[in-house]
Ligand binder design. Structure first.
Ligand code: F3S
Length: 399
């Protein structure tokens, strides 16, 4: 792999221990994947921020990088942490966990990362341009960045994203190259898809139907007339979770959609596929949901407005988490939405989410509009799940 003088100097340790470690990680990845060279990145998103996922070993790696002089060379934001940084007690997070989570955030802060903990960095100040090379490590955000923004990123892991941050580089392979951005599976949608929960169900249906075609699927989706930002972020999260997709195209909607032709391989999605996907995530059955959550991926300000409108004058009777980023929460505060929501008894779980917070054993069944949240609620926490339309989720919390 060809390195520039500066990259070689990083590898030789001339820029400090952390930059050397970072360049070692990237050079190893580059040689595994056959990259010919590194490319400069303009933005980084780091995953593996919750202490629940990191544990002591992960924290040790982070503090080692911070003490080794690691400094973010480009705009670097973080995935959700395991708690609301300001209101963790209110959410029932144990004090010992909170102390460890704070150690994680201090390490990132020392390295100059913006401790905006969100999986929708594009709604909170980290919005790359079309064509930018970036290194992001959150599967839903990776899919959003590649597909909806038209930036270019592989699906990084936490360590490789941190390595990109402290070196400002990533190996040039995978989705950074034009050849790997060409669609290889036509997806014909034969039914109308509406709302975040149906777009999530679509992602599950397509993800599972495309499994037989192997990894690295780039769907070319036709039959969607229009889709909101919120519906697209739900589709990205679900397609990445159930199909491992990091990029898709929708002609007329996504920025690279119109430059490609429909590939020969083809699947069709009928109404029955959407219904089956929804039913498969409704495991709650007789078990009443005792935990309600919206915001996987993190909510936009428009979604928070809708929650406030639905909750105005009502009281919630179940634990209801509204998960979003700190900057979006601050806008909600200014617009008066937070007050309405908090007066109803619902709780903002800012900086965190129902998957990365340490809540195993606290609840039995989750109701949500997110197909991705259903997957992890069941796989990580053993919860039963109910996948419902957005409005219905809010109303479930009130009865
Ligand atoms: Fe985000 Fe947590 Fe869902 S990180 S995409 S809200 S699982």
């Amino acid at each position: 792999m060809q390195l520039t003088k500066e990259e070689q100097a990083m590898l030789d340790g001339a820029h400090g221990r952390a930059a050397r470690k970072g360049m070692e990680i990237l050079a190893a990845l580059g040689s595994i994947y056959g990259a010919e060279r590194m490319i400069k990145v303009t933005s980084v998103q780091i995953s593996g921020v919750s202490y629940d996922n990191l544990g002591e070993a992960g924290l040790k790696f982070l503090t080692g990088m911070a003490e080794g002089g690691g400094k973010a060379k480009v705009l670097t934001t973080l995935n959700p942490a395991g708690m609301d940084i300001q209101n963790w007690q209110y959410l029932g997070i144990p004090a010992e966990f909170a102390r460890n989570q704070e150690r994680v955030l201090q390490a990132f802060e020392k390295m100059g990362a913006v401790t905006t903990c969100t999986c929708t960095p594009y709604l909170a100040g980290n919005l790359p341009n079309f064509g930018d090379h970036i290194a992001w490590a959150e599967s839903s955000a990776v899919c959003y960045a590649n597909s909806i923004i038209g930036a270019r990123t592989n699906r990084e892991g936490g360590p490789s994203a941190l390595a990109a941050s402290v070196t400002g580089r990533t190996p040039m392979y995978g989705l950074h190259l034009d050849t790997n951005r060409v669609p290889n599976l036509a997806v014909e949608i034969k039914t109308e898809i509406n709302g975040t929960f149906e777009f999530g169900a679509l992602g599950k249906a397509v993800g599972e139907m495309s499994e037989k075609f192997g990894p690295k699927i780039v769907p070319y989706i036709r039959g969607i007339g229009q889709a909101s930002l919120e519906e697209l972020k739900s589709l990205c999260a679900s397609l990445a979770t159930y199909g491992g997709a990091a990029l898709f195209h929708i002609p007329g909607i996504t920025p690279e959609g119109d430059k490609h032709q429909a590939p020969g391989r083809r699947i069709e999605v009928q109404r029955s596929h959407i219904e089956e996907a929804i039913e498969s995530l409704n495991s709650e059955q007789d078990l009443e949901a005792d935990f309600i959550s919206l915001g996987c991926p993190h909510l936009s300000i428009d979604e928070i407005k809708r929650i406030a409108q639905l909750l105005e004058g009502r009281q919630v009777v179940k634990e209801f988490w509204i998960t979003t980023s700190r900057p979006v929460k601050q806008i909600a505060d200014r617009l008066g939405y937070s007050k309405i929501i908090e007066e109803s008894g619902a709780k903002f779980a800012t900086d965190t989410c129902c998957v990365v917070a340490p809540i195993k054993g606290r609840f039995r069944a989750l109701a949500t509009d997110s197909a991705k949240a259903c997957y992890y609620a069941s796989a990580k926490n053993g919860f039963k799940t109910s996948l419902l339309p957005f409005e219905e989720v809010v109303l479930r919390a009130t009865r």
